[in-house]
Design a protein around this ligand. Structure first.
Ligand SMILES: C=C(O[C@@H]1C=C(C(=O)O)C=C[C@H]1O)C(=O)O
Length: 123
């Protein structure tokens, strides 16, 4: 093996090692994101129940505007793309509002949310 080919092989081996380390880090970040989202959704589920009980609207556009402004500022501080931060928040909030609407309709129509045991025709 020529010295040139040997050093190319070393470079690729180093690149593969770096790739493996970076992917381990990415996997840890992804796991953190999932745990954080799970906690966030647990909190928003409680907000959804509270709103349903008190017949408050599922969505709160004023609060959302404040959150977007805050997250855009945080993203800029973190040298992160503020448009992406906004899109990401909107994506999550849309799903939260869908859950809140489902909680409101379950509150308004409990018989539809929990239909009870299925009746068999020969019961
Ligand atoms: C969670 C709430 O409900 C909705 C969802 C939001 C969110 O996921 O952050 C924010 C505002 C509301 O549109 C809330 O009102 O705080």
């Amino acid at each position: 093996m020529s010295a040139e080919i040997a050093s190319e092989t070393d470079d690729v081996a180093r690149a593969r090692e770096l790739l493996r380390d970076l992917r381990t880090s990415i996997d840890n970040f992804d796991a953190s994101i999932i745990y954080l989202l799970a906690e966030r959704f647990r909190a928003t589920e409680r907000v959804g129940l509270l709103k349903a009980e008190h017949k408050l609207p599922a969505a709160d556009p004023t609060r959302e505007r404040e959150q977007i402004a805050r997250l855009r500022d945080l993203a800029k501080d973190a040298k992160f793309n503020p448009d992406f931060a906004e899109k990401f928040l909107n994506f999550i909030v849309k799903e939260v509002i869908r859950h809140h609407e489902a909680a409101a309709s379950a509150q308004a129509n409990p018989e539809l949310a929990n239909p009870g045991p299925v009746q068999r025709s020969n019961d």
